[in-house]
Write a protein that binds this ligand. Structure first.
Ligand code: PHB
Length: 369
């Protein structure tokens, strides 16, 4: 039987009721201490009919923060806040993994503990802005991490993964995309190190592979996923000189771990799907080698028709939707009956309270109201 978007699927320890994933979406609504709030629990519970929710990007340590009011997973209060989120989603029959994030150089001194420089693979500043208490500001110049500090970064990821499981998450997704820390190591357009974490492809994948190994060892590969964006220009990430070779090798190195899933952003994040040529099938084939039950999740600009085709053809196991999930908490039902989708209100995307967050109606409420 040809699978559809609405058929259940199991991968690793995850049991998804359908093939529709809620993509990670930064909403900047964490409370003081970067603690998830009860409002965030409501927001995620409203969207629990997704086969799998990937949480908004969540910093693994204080230096991993790059935007105002994003949540963390490194303090006891944060773990307790997330516990309510997980209970809310599980109470509605959903599954949720936490996205583990370190922004690297996409940050500002005002967001760093003690006002120090953000850290990266490089000391070169990114040409982009972030959102601080003063509004949009140029990111700060980073400090290149010392080689001796890298084991501590890996340990921070492992501890964050442990915290996520303690909070009740079904797993984690390691954020290795969109020009943040791990991509700052992967791409030769950013990484200018002269030690064994820079230079060759082998060296540039070293830190991300160490992170995935440590997280898998901590919580199990069946609870561990990865997000990549091989050609995105997001956050001033210029193209790697050999993106295909880099990502082919990265996925080959990870294959023995038998991760639960890989979640790939095809093209420019939130933009053109065809920004640069890339053979995603070559990656998928490497990932599936000896791990045929690992799930391949695709993302970026999928419509109902494109998503159905991706599942039916076997090109993908699940499809992640981002913005449509913001304005359609019942996106799965709307896709099922091919109902119209509510439009997104741009002004309430980042920060604020319930408006444009937990007040988007479901179809039933729209019809009844
Ligand atoms: C953002 O806050 O703009 C953001 C966060 C995480 C991403 C991409 C964008 O992966």
């Amino acid at each position: 039987m040809t699978p559809t978007l609405f058929d259940p699927i199991r991968f690793g320890e995850i049991r998804a009721a359908n093939r529709i994933v809620m993509a990670p979406l930064t909403r900047d609504r964490a409370g003081p201490g970067q603690v998830p709030t009860p409002l965030m629990a409501t927001y995620y519970a409203q969207r629990a009919s997704a086969g799998l929710i990937v949480s908004e990007a969540t910093q693994i340590c204080a230096t991993g923060q790059g935007y105002l009011d994003t949540p963390g997973i490194y303090s006891a209060d944060q773990v307790n806040g997330w516990r309510r989120v997980c209970e809310g989603v599980h109470g509605q029959g959903g599954q949720i993994v936490l996205q583990l994030w370190h922004v690297g150089r996409i940050s500002h001194v005002s967001l760093q503990p003690g006002g120090v420089s953000p850290v990266s693979s490089t000391a070169r500043r990114a040409k982009t802005k972030t959102f601080t208490a003063r509004g949009f500001e140029e990111v700060s110049a980073p400090r290149a991490l010392e080689r001796s500090e890298l084991a501590g970064v890996v340990a921070d990821y492992a501890r964050a993964a442990r915290n996520a499981i303690e909070a009740g998450f079904d797993g984690v997704e390691v954020h290795s995309a969109n020009g943040y820390l791990l991509e700052q190591f992967l791409r030769d357009s950013i990484n200018d190190r002269t030690d064994d974490y820079g230079g060759s492809i082998e060296n540039r994948v070293r830190l991300p592979v160490e992170v995935l190994r440590a997280v898998s060892a901590e919580i199990g590969a069946g609870r561990t996923g990865l997000r990549i964006s091989p050609v995105t220009p997001a956050n001033d990430a210029a193209q790697d000189s050999n993106a295909q070779g880099l990502f082919n090798h990265y996925i080959e190195r990870l294959a023995p771990l038998k991760l639960a899933f890989v979640h790939v952003i095809e093209g420019a994040t939130g933009g053109a799907r065809d920004i640069a040529p890339f053979d995603y099938a070559a990656l998928r084939q490497r990932f599936k080698q000896g791990n045929e039950h690992g799930a391949w999740i695709v993302n970026n600009g999928y419509t109902r028709a494109l998503a159905s085709e991706a599942i039916a053809s076997g090109r993908a196991d699940l499809v992640a939707f981002g913005k449509p999930f913001i304005s359609n908490p019942d996106l799965v039902e709307r896709l099922r009956i091919d109902a119209p989708l509510s439009p997104l209100v741009q002004a309430t995307l980042y920060g604020g309270g319930a408006a444009g967050y937990t007040d988007y109606p479901t179809l039933g409420a729209t019809v009844a109201g």
